[in-house]
Write a protein that binds this ligand. Structure first.
Ligand code: ATP
Ligand code: MG
Length: 434
């Protein structure tokens, strides 16, 4: 291999021995017959101290004149060094310049001045070389790992449902239309109808790490046109509280996992993760309206709790020491047709973090007659849902589920102002490349 060890895997046990390291040249400081090179790899940086007399002259020249961000591999002796950043330096015997970087760079990796978001995203491959940007994606990987562990422990089966769908999904969010041979098709806004159909199969508990495609018209700091989510459905529930218990357990597991496994990345980001205590507060929609009215914000019953009011409610809950809380029992009209009615309300909930929606979920309608009624009540045509409705006619157990946005988790957990920080190549109204 071109690399034997990462920079953080070298320690006192290696002093005096030979090692091969590789990475990107972050900085070169040349002082006549000696040069100090900072080499960066996934784990951090290390110092290479190149002595002209200790290596082939051609290699010394090539190495010390290489441009910033060139890719090199170095075989050399590890030596303790009080001056070097991590307590050791590498004295090279052999250096290979594997690829020279062109100059000037379109984006600096170690620049003090922060480039604007567009420049960063246009050069995302370099942006991602920055340790603080990389840290977000290392934590993202841990979040997904934690989710998978939690679902396995709770007897969920991972599934993948189609992303190209024929027609009407749930209504609400606009869909992206795609050409499908002679016909039109759409990109799935969520696995909703398919994961519900899975409940008629006897698999009982399914989860998907799902892609959502949504033609959200407006550029906001919390919406993407292509996003990911933990999306689950579970059968044989009593009501939506079984789903809420599963959701808060998942969130707790994820926060704890990151707090325990991602200290290095959190330190790089200068963030702390506070593991929440269970259970999360549960505030009914009616009580949420009362709390808001006490602060002079009057929402008519049945109305949407808009972004501003959602934020205010977040502040009120925080004053009571609650970062996470559920809003429960929404007016039926405010939730999609598949939410189970309870009088004029729905057995539906949102999970909020400091005024930001992380998840929506509900018990679903499992009675086919009621389901048809609810579809019609929403002004949709039950004929468009035939394939879905069929799954309810031959033995469908009571069930419910939720969708929990992965970028929203990261955004809130890591205090990022813009959701675009939490996905590799964001898609928004004005960006579809790279
Ligand atoms: P919002 O009201 O915040 O636009 P929503 O209610 O339309 O979200 P749901 O359909 O409830 O979203 O989706 C479940 C979860 O998926 C949301 O709670 C959120 O975490 C995430 N999510 C939904 N749409 C987006 C999006 N456009 N970009 C990023 N995450 C999203
Ligand atoms: Mg929602």
């Amino acid at each position: 291999m071109i690399r034997q060890k990462y920079s953080n895997e070298i320690g006192s046990a290696d002093y005096g021995t030979e090692v091969t390291v590789a990475g990107w040249i972050e900085d070169v400081r040349k002082l006549g017959s000696v040069a100090f090179i900072i080499l960066r790899d996934r784990a951090g940086t290390l110092q290479v101290t190149a002595l002209k007399k200790e290596m082939p002259i051609e290699q010394f020249k090539e190495f010390t004149s290489a441009t910033r961000e060139s890719v090199v591999s170095v075989r050399g002796i590890v030596q303790q060094s009080a001056q070097a950043r991590n307590g050791y330096e590498i004295l090279p015997k052999e250096v290979k310049v594997l690829n020279l970087a062109a100059a000037p760079l379109p984006l600096g990796v170690v620049d003090k001045v922060e480039a604007d978001m567009d420049t960063r995203l246009d050069n995302r491959f370099i942006d991602l070389r920055k340790p603080n940007v990389q840290a977000i994606f290392k934590i993202r990987s841990a979040v997904i790992q934690a989710g998978r562990e939690y679902f396995a422990q709770n007897k969920f089966i991972e599934v993948h449902t189609p992303k190209i769908i024929s027609a009407s999904s749930e209504g609400g969010t606009a869909l992206f239309k795609v050409k499908y041979f002679e016909n039109d098709a759409y990109l799935a806004q969520s696995p909703q109808l398919y994961k519900q159909m899975m409940m008629a199969t006897g698999l009982d508990r399914v989860f998907e790490i799902a892609w959502y495609f949504r033609a959200e018209e407006h550029n906001t700091r919390r919406h993407l046109n292509e996003s990911t989510a933990f999306d689950i459905e579970m059968a044989f529930i009593n009501d939506e509280t079984d789903v809420m218990n599963t959701l808060e357990g998942l969130v707790h597991y994820i926060w704890k996992y990151v707090a325990e496994n991602c200290q290095t990345e959190l330190k790089t980001l200068g963030k702390e993760v506070k593991v929440p205590t269970l259970p999360f507060a549960r505030v009914s929609y009616d009580d949420a309206l009362k709390l808001l009215a006490e602060r002079g914000r009057n929402i008519e019953w049945g109305g949407d709790i808009g972004t501003e009011d959602e934020k205010l409610l977040g502040d009120i809950m925080k004053e009571n020491g609650q970062d996470f809380y559920f809003i429960t029992r929404y007016p039926l009209a405010a939730k999609p047709f598949y939410a189970h009615p309870e009088g004029d309300k729905a057995r539906a909930f949102d999970l909020e973090y400091c005024g930001m929606e992380l998840s929506s979920g509900a018990q679903r309608v499992h009675d086919p007659k009621l389901l048809e009624e609810r579809i019609a009540a929403k002004g949709l045509n039950p004929k468009d849902f035939e394939a879905y409705l069929k799954a309810f006619k031959y033995g469908m157990p009571p069930h419910g589920g939720f969708g929990l946005g992965i970028e929203r988790i990261l955004m809130e957990m890591l205090g990022q102002d813009n959701i675009r920080e939490c996905i590799l190549f964001p898609r928004d109204r004005t960006r579809i490349s790279p």
